[in-house]
Design a protein around this ligand. Structure first.
Ligand SMILES: Nc1ncnc2c1ncn2[C@@H]1O[C@H](COP(=O)(O)OP(=O)(O)O)[C@@H](O)[C@H]1O
Ligand SMILES: [Mg+2]
Length: 454
């Protein structure tokens, strides 16, 4: 049956079925060359695809050739969106814009400070017209075109600011498995970096007393206890008191990735505080309440958790909207999945229901630290993945994070300060921006943003 985008029922289907699954791949844009929900100043673009740019992406006067794609609800009249598209293309200095509601597909070209319609077809015709569409905005076509005037600065007029409101509310994701060493912390820090690079505002919370995320994000710069500047202001303080120690007061900026990310650190002392906090029932919901105070400040919060069924795992799971379960898919990790499922069903969701919160949404098991031997990847891995949904009835994320040296190495970076060597860990995007791991984490970011609707 031919592909018919006219059957898309809402804006999100126009985005996913027509743009993500059909147009972008047909036009030659690989996942590392396009971005969804991009914020530039006060402008929010549905999609921005680059003919010649990979990570990290920037849009400025020197941006390479690119195309903006805007998806609308099938009932929307595209004429009503012309002015806004014109504003996007002229103020961002982007040459082409595609506008569609599924029923109709239009391509506009930017002139000096106006745009003109250069292509129009109905959704039904998209397959037969794809070559023509490619001739305007195909990745290869754009690469061959002359760049726009590179001296023109990016101007986002003040009058425009605040006109478009943030479409989505802050989403909270826990990264949890009750087995250790499966890649939870690696996932938290690199997923956070990947999502930050897509223009989202990210907060990371370390709820594991091992504090590996705190280390991996470069907040442990001291080498003796006397200079420990974390123990007096970390995640424990958020849980401890009602009014004091807000998220903003405890969060620190981390430059382990660029742009920087806010981190709520953890500390080995958290372990000692478990009993005290356990007895203080009201402390269990403090993170939920304090995060509400910053819901306009962040698009996404990612929480790292301990490999156990303790209070801190519980707090992470009652606070979050979504769960990612990293797993190496080996027998012990698989057996742990049963504990995770039961814990969520009998304890987490029960408690959530008493707070009038919906059950936790499991985004999926994330295959992590997966061996790269071709035979294994071809034959064994697909069986292991299938077994997760068959035996444990859990969804599996499409992205796979393979075992790669750079993911361990980027933690080992050091910085020389005088005679001292200080730990200076980096995200994999800083350490090896064009490596396979960076690509895999970018794919994971795309998948997570799509599945959570951020
Ligand atoms: N995909 C990977 N490739 C290579 N090393 C990895 C990978 N994922 C994790 N590691 C390494 O394995 C160890 C455990 O990973 P970590 O993310 O800390 O797991 P967890 O938080 O589940 O205990 C760390 O030393 C980390 O650097
Ligand atoms: Mg960890």
């Amino acid at each position: 049956m031919p592909f018919n985008p006219e059957l898309c029922r809402n804006e999100s289907e126009v985005e996913s079925k027509l743009i993500v699954q059909y147009l972008l791949p047909q036009l030659g844009y690989t996942p590392d060359t396009w971005h969804q929900e991009v914020a530039v100043g006060s402008i929010r673009l549905d999609f921005l695809a680059f003919a010649a740019q990979v990570l990290p992406f920037v849009i400025d006067a020197n941006s390479p050739l690119s195309v903006v794609m805007e998806a609308k609800h099938p009932k929307q009249n595209l004429n009503n969106h012309f002015l806004r598209l014109r504003h996007y293309l002229t103020s961002l200095n982007v040459k082409y814009g595609l506008l569609t509601n599924g029923k109709e597909i239009r391509i506009y070209e930017k002139l000096a400070d106006d745009i003109r319609l250069v292509f129009l077809c109905s959704g039904k015709e998209v397959e037969t017209k794809i070559e023509e569409i490619k001739s305007f905005i195909g990745r290869d076509t754009l690469k061959d075109k002359e760049p726009l005037d590179k001296t023109e600065p990016l101007v986002v007029p003040d009058s425009y600011k605040g006109e478009i409101k943030e479409k989505h509310s802050m989403k909270i994701i826990a990264v949890y498995h009750n087995k250790g060493g499966v890649g939870k912390t690696t996932t938290v820090v690199n997923l956070a970096a990947a999502i930050r690079k897509k223009g989202k505002r990210v907060l990371v919370i370390d709820l594991d007393s091992q504090a590996n995320t705190t280390f991996a994000t470069g907040l442990v710069k001291f080498d003796d206890e006397i200079s420990d500047n974390i123990k007096d202001n970390y995640v424990y303080h958020i849980l401890r008191s009602v009014e004091l120690d807000t998220i903003t007061e405890v969060a620190r900026k981390s430059v382990f990735t660029n742009p920087e990310i806010d981190i709520i650190p953890s500390h080995i002392n958290l372990m000692k505080m478990e009993r005290e906090l356990n007895e203080l029932r009201s402390s269990h919901t403090r993170l939920i309440n304090k995060l509400k105070e910053v819901q306009d400040k962040y698009d996404i919060v990612i929480i790292d958790t301990p490999p156990s069924l303790n209070l801190f795992a519980f707090i992470a799971l009652i606070t979050s909207d979504y769960l990612i379960i990293p797993s190496d898919l080996k027998p012990f990790a698989n057996q742990g999945l049963i504990n995770v499922k039961e814990y969520i069903k009998y304890e987490v969701n029960q408690f959530r229901s008493s707070l009038n919160k919906p059950p936790l949404t499991i985004l999926g098991v994330l295959a992590c630290k997966i061996a790269t031997f071709p035979k294994f990847v071809q034959h064994t891995l697909p069986k292991q993945i299938a077994a997760i949904s068959q035996r444990y009835d859990l969804p599996v994320l499409d992205t796979v994070i393979y075992q790669r040296e750079e993911l361990a190495k980027c933690l080992e970076q050091v910085q020389q300060i005088g005679d001292l060597e200080v730990p200076d860990p980096r995200s994999v995007f800083e350490y090896k921006p064009h490596g396979d791991s960076a690509k895999e984490f970018e794919l994971l970011a795309i998948e997570v943003l799509q599945k959570t609707g951020i």
